[in-house]
Design a protein around this ligand. Structure first.
Ligand code: FAD
Length: 466
């Protein structure tokens, strides 16, 4: 009888079938180590094999093979997800899309790019900008993250202040392979896309995506320091809400977070003891932002011209979104984070942060600390449902899992909803689409082979596992 590895080698060749211990370990992980809770739960979970098909036909053969033997399949882009989305809880085959990474077509008239799922966002942005287009939004991991992984596991990022998040027109269509013996393909659009956005690869395999872009803008970068986070937030909110100021990023950090940003500190972009605003603004508008900031005690500490955008040693976005947590953990591995949706009302948001500072300094929290990092963005922009959000990726220094649970409970008590980054269950994330994902999963993953154990804590408790 042949082994799984022999079969994969026969199907995909040596570059497409990886079973050495190092590959098994690397491809069975993502960035879940940001969470001490997930580290405990997921360390050591291993795939039985890693497959890297290089064509849809090879992937179809693999899917038919897995269906015939009831082998779990876990899709993987670049593995930068933070919630263990790519970790094969029940073994089986991790299917990496790193060889399905081509940009297939870029429609210069319509601003739509057609790509394979493993195409990197950085590759798309760099190819599109000279042709006059840019991505609507991208995560701070844009250089390495794959488009299929962003759609399957992400939320938003740079550009969200302007064009919204993944649910706001990022995708035009997706071609999905069903995980059945037929391995049939379906091209979907409109509301059917909801079944695949932030679905952790549980509802079908995305094999081709059409991504809507927006006309490219020359962006300049600016860092401004403020006496306090309150001043930075009041400035940032005013800038964010000003329809006449075009911006791609408004990211705010209270002290000591800026001190963690090594390259920016070295470039003189950080002022001791002060809060920091990191901005991407339409070329020529940094001067106006500096004048506005002066009303809030703000001062320019660093700037980069549009000609250096994405071309320098670092971009300011390298210190934003969840990269902020990465810099904090490099400075002291005791830091972790939450994703807390503060009130969009500035006064209320300031009150919520003050209450949380009191909580974290107090006894009930078991001697923890908090430092606030805020991203301002918009959901459903230019629609009646438009909402400006102040998303805290609040750094917390908490001794243990009960400490994290207490920190989440306190936020909920204060009316702050938390997208908990310390669980791998999709239905624990308030951002998932719920029924559309369940429906898509029932239809395109009827055997339950895709990423089993991730969809729902309740369903998982009732399953026998492996
Ligand atoms: P992966 O981690 O490989 O996959 C993510 C999910 O998508 C998995 O569940 C996987 O099964 C599924 N998937 C992958 N390919 C397919 C496919 N072809 N079909 C079906 N399902 C598939 N996220 C944000 O939204 N915004 C941020 O700004 C951001 N910043 C980050 C900063 C850091 C430092 C880190 C570590 C993470 C950050 N993230 C952020 C999370 C993550 O980087 C992004 O969501 C990223 O886009 C994921 O891409 P990936 O290719 O690494 O996906």
């Amino acid at each position: 009888m042949t082994t799984l590895q022999d079969d994969l080698l026969g199907m995909l060749g040596a570059r497409g079938a990886l079973s050495d211990p190092r590959s098994l370990s690397t491809f069975s992980k993502d960035a879940f180590y940001y969470s001490p809770v997930l580290r405990e739960l997921l360390d050591g979970k291993l795939a039985d094999a890693v497959a890297a098909p290089q064509s849809v036909t090879e992937l179809q053969e693999l899917v038919r093979y897995a269906c015939a033997r009831s082998i779990p399949l876990t899709m993987r882009g670049s593995g930068t997800g933070n919630y263990g989305q790519c970790v094969p809880l029940r073994g089986g085959i991790v299917v990496s899309t790193h060889r399905l990474n081509r940009i297939l077509a870029l429609d210069e008239a319509a601003g739509v790019v057609r790509v394979e799922p493993g195409a990197r966002l950085g590759q798309i942005e760099r190819q599109a900008r000279p042709l006059g287009w840019e991505l609507r939004c991208y995560p701070s991991t844009w250089a390495t993250a794959a488009v299929g992984g962003f759609v399957g596991g992400g939320f938003g990022g740079v550009g969200s202040i302007r064009n919204g998040v993944l649910w706001d027109g990022f995708l035009k269509s997706v071609t999905v392979m069903e995980v059945t013996p037929e391995a049939a393909l379906h091209t979907l659009s409109g509301t059917e896309l909801l079944g695949f956005i932030h679905a952790y690869g549980t509802s079908g395999i995305m094999v081709e995506l059409e991504v809507n872009m927006v006309p490219a803008v020359p962006w300049e970068e600016a860092a401004l320091s403020f006496p306090s986070l309150e001043q930075a937030l009041r400035f940032g909110a005013e800038l964010a809400l000003d329809p006449l100021e075009d911006k791609r990023m408004v990211s705010l950090h209270e002290w000591p977070i800026p001190s963690f940003f090594g390259p920016l500190v070295a470039a003189g972009g950080v002022a001791e003891g002060r809060a920091l605003a990191l901005l991407e603004l339409r070329e020529g508008r940094a001067g106006a932002a500096v004048s506005r900031a002066a009303n809030f005690g703000g001062e320019l500490t660093y700037s980069a011209p549009a000609s250096a955008y994405h071309a320098g040693k670092f971009c300011l976005s390298d210190f934003t979104w969840n990269h902020t947590t990465l810099w904090a953990m490099r400075s002291d591995p005791g830091w972790t984070y939450l994703q807390s949706n503060l009130s969009s009302d500035i006064g209320e948001a300031l009150g919520q942060m003050e209450a949380l500072r009191t909580f974290h300094g107090g006894q009930e929290s078991g001697g923890s600390k908090v430092a606030f990092h805020l991203e301002i963005g918009r959901q459903a922009p230019d629609t009646p449902q438009e909402r400006v959000f102040i998303s805290a990726l609040d750094l917390i220094y908490v001794p243990d899992a009960p400490g994290i649970a207490a920190a989440i409970a306190e936020r909920e008590r204060l009316g702050v909803s938390v997208a908990n980054p310390h669980t791998y269950y999709l239905d624990a994330d308030p951002r998932w689409s719920g029924q559309p994902v369940m429906d898509a999963s029932a239809r395109y993953n009827p055997l339950g082979l895709l990423n089993p154990g991730k969809l729902s804590a309740e369903a998982d408790a009732g399953s026998t596992g492996r």
